[in-house]
Design a protein around this ligand. Structure first.
Ligand code: ZN
Length: 136
């Protein structure tokens, strides 16, 4: 699948479920969310025997958690069968799998109104990086 497809999938989800909140979308998609007290990782996506789980670093500020969750939901649309386990130390590694997840995340994150005054430095950095993956 092309990166454009990941933007299309994200827009279709927004239209279908009426939300761009990645945590709500994960729920609709039957992906469970687990919060962990990570030190370094941002998040993880796993699919083990069809049980899909997103792990989120609960030390991150809210908008960053949304960005990470969006990225991980993007991974759920990649055509791997089972036992996928990806650790995310860096969201912005430049390989196809990560780019597709970032295009998906950018489509979700930039479809919402973001109140700049509520952003932490971590949020701003994440959004600046994600902005490079905006397709339109
Ligand atoms: Zn990733």
């Amino acid at each position: 699948m092309s990166e454009e497809n990941f933007s299309r999938i994200a827009n279709n989800l927004i239209a279908t479920y009426g939300t761009n909140d990645p945590f709500k979308l994960a729920k609709y998609l039957n992906i469970q969310i687990v919060y962990l007290d990570y030190k370094a990782w941002l998040g993880l996506y796993s699919n083990i025997n069809g049980v899909r789980t997103i792990f989120i670093n609960n030390n991150l500020p809210k908008i960053s958690q949304d960005g990470v969750c969006s990225h991980e939901v993007g991974h759920s649309f990649q055509p791997f069968k089972e036992s996928v386990f990806m650790k995310e130390k860096f969201l912005f590694e430049n390989n196809r799998i990560e780019r597709e997840a970032n295009v998906f995340a950018a489509t979700l994150m930039f479809s919402r109104d973001i109140d700049e005054s509520e952003l932490t430095e971590t949020d701003k950095m994440l959004l600046r990086n994600l902005e490079k993956y905006k397709l339109y």
